[in-house]
Write a protein that binds this ligand. Sequence first.
Ligand SMILES: CC(C)(COP(=O)(O)OP(=O)(O)OC[C@H]1O[C@@H](n2cnc3c(N)ncnc32)[C@H](O)[C@@H]1OP(=O)(O)O)[C@@H](O)C(=O)NCCC(=O)NCCS
Length: 124
Amino acid sequence: MILGLGTDIIEISRIEKVVSKFGDKFLAKLFTSKEIESIRARKYSAQHIAGRFAAKEAIIKALDPDWNKDFTWKSLEILNGPSGVPEANTVGDFSKKMPENSQIHLSISHSENYATAVAILETR
Ligand SMILES: CC(C)(COP(=O)(O)OP(=O)(O)OC[C@H]1O[C@@H](n2cnc3c(N)ncnc32)[C@H](O)[C@@H]1OP(=O)(O)O)[C@@H](O)C(=O)NCCC(=O)NCCS
């Protein structure tokens, strides 16, 4: 059963500006160490960072407003699986907020100027 759907779009130039102004501080506030590892491996690609940012926003929209009160950016971890498919997992206490047997489905896309993401929260 589908419990929620969310989408987000972001201008990549906004991310570029924040990364160049605040650098590692910005990344450390928003991303887990594994996400930062992946960002570093992609040579700090603004497209890649913006895609992850849009993904987290999309997932929050897919969640019930009652669950996302305790959300912090690092409550969600977005990593690419072996074939490149983005996979979203909840981290720490936030995992307990998720409905039982629920799964997040995520899709990310980016062009030269924008990154966008769609998330679906499903329960079996
Ligand atoms: C994987 C693929 C769909 C990515 O599409 P794209 O237009 O190059 O790139 P987009 O900006 O739309 O999407 C990139 C994001 O897709 C996601 N992605 C990568 N591989 C994926 C896959 N196998 N399945 C689903 N999503 C995937 C990733 O999140 C990636 O962003 P990230 O690496 O920063 O996390 C594409 O490269 C592909 O393999 N297409 C197969 C069909 C094909 O060859 N078409 C061309 C003929 S016209």
